[in-house]
Ligand binder design. Sequence first.
Ligand code: NZQ
Ligand code: ZN
Length: 385
Amino acid sequence: MNNFDLHNPTHILFGKGRIADLDAQIPAQAKVLLLYGGGSAERTGVLGQVRSALGNRTVVEFGGIEPNPRFATAIKAVDVIAEHGITFLLAVGGGSVIDATKFIAAAAKYDGDAWEILTSMGSVVKSAMPFGTVLTLPATGSEMNPGSVITHAEKGAKLPFMTAHCYPVFSILDPELTYTLPPRQIANGVADAFVHIIEQYLTYPVAASVQDGFAETLLRTLIELGPKALETPDDYDIRANLMWTATLALNGLIGAGVPQDWASHMIGHEITALNDTDHARTLAVVLPALMQDQRGPKREKLLQYAANVWNIREGDDDTRIDAAIDATRNFFHAMGIDTRLGDYGLGAPDIDLLVAALESHGMTALGENQAITPDTARRILNAAL
Ligand code: NZQ
Ligand code: ZN
């Protein structure tokens, strides 16, 4: 097992009715900026619950944060913070609202050009405003991690940043808030969490039995419960397990002390930057092709994955690896997610654009061995056509 540091300060409040506990989490004198997305939180009544839980604190609202949140929108919120003397941020929504809030929290305290937060991948951030979250879409793990991904539409860039200053102070995880999700977003959440686990698991063995065992349990949980959530969307126990799985998939626990890949994510981000395809769907396109392409370096872990996640134990090594890759693709299909570039309106000419974008963003040595060069990415994307 590799050496690691693990310090996750986010306080999780999990379960039914937990929005009522907001009052105890935010300082009574705080001036709160309430951030949300395009209207779902209003429609579903979540915002109403949050407003009443905030009592008579001063609250300013900032709605309209887009899926794949935009740099320009976030900068507007930074101006609102200065204008109203805001002291605490509260994100209500999915990964996009939470990611935007992280960026806003950092940008509000940053003296230079906020774009540098992204080009430095967060290393220039020395402090951030405190913020909490009310999660409405289990998927990204953003509710308990220090990462964020921001899109700059004019620059055609979707870039991640990470800083220890951007852990939420608290996150409220009420599975009942997820009942209103449309099937497309239920599926996206399951697929995104699935690939987060894979990015930290499907690399090469380092004798990390605990991390591997946790990862395999989380994967099996998604495989079992993901399709059931589509069939019986108001089953509390299914939603609760999916919500907690998505958080554990990317809160540092399973990634501590193990090599990590993240090539599917970095290639996927370029697809979203190109045509706004849902994040999770880009992963479902890239991952099966990447598994096939990287079956040599990932051989031992692919065999472990086949046995422990899919119970594939018959046949020679290559047969078992083929079956595991097929099972992965079929799982995305069972969630109603297509797995080919062509399904999202992209063809061979777009691959040049995607590879050029990877190069211009410095994504030229991806994966656990830094071996996924632009040429490798091109091969993977061609296999995903
Ligand atoms: O905008 P509103 O109206 O709120 O609607 C949203 C949005 O249209 C809707 N929604 C959310 N909760 C709902 C709901 N609709 C009905 N009922 C509810 N309870 O769902 C739509 C998608 O929301 P979004 O927040 O965009 O989805 P998700 O949570 O999948 O977040 C995706 C973003 O997170 C980034 C992705 O790149 C993408 O930009 N990621 C962030 C990560 C992180 N911070 O660690 C890691 C991930 O790999 C990912 O890259
Ligand atoms: Zn993701």
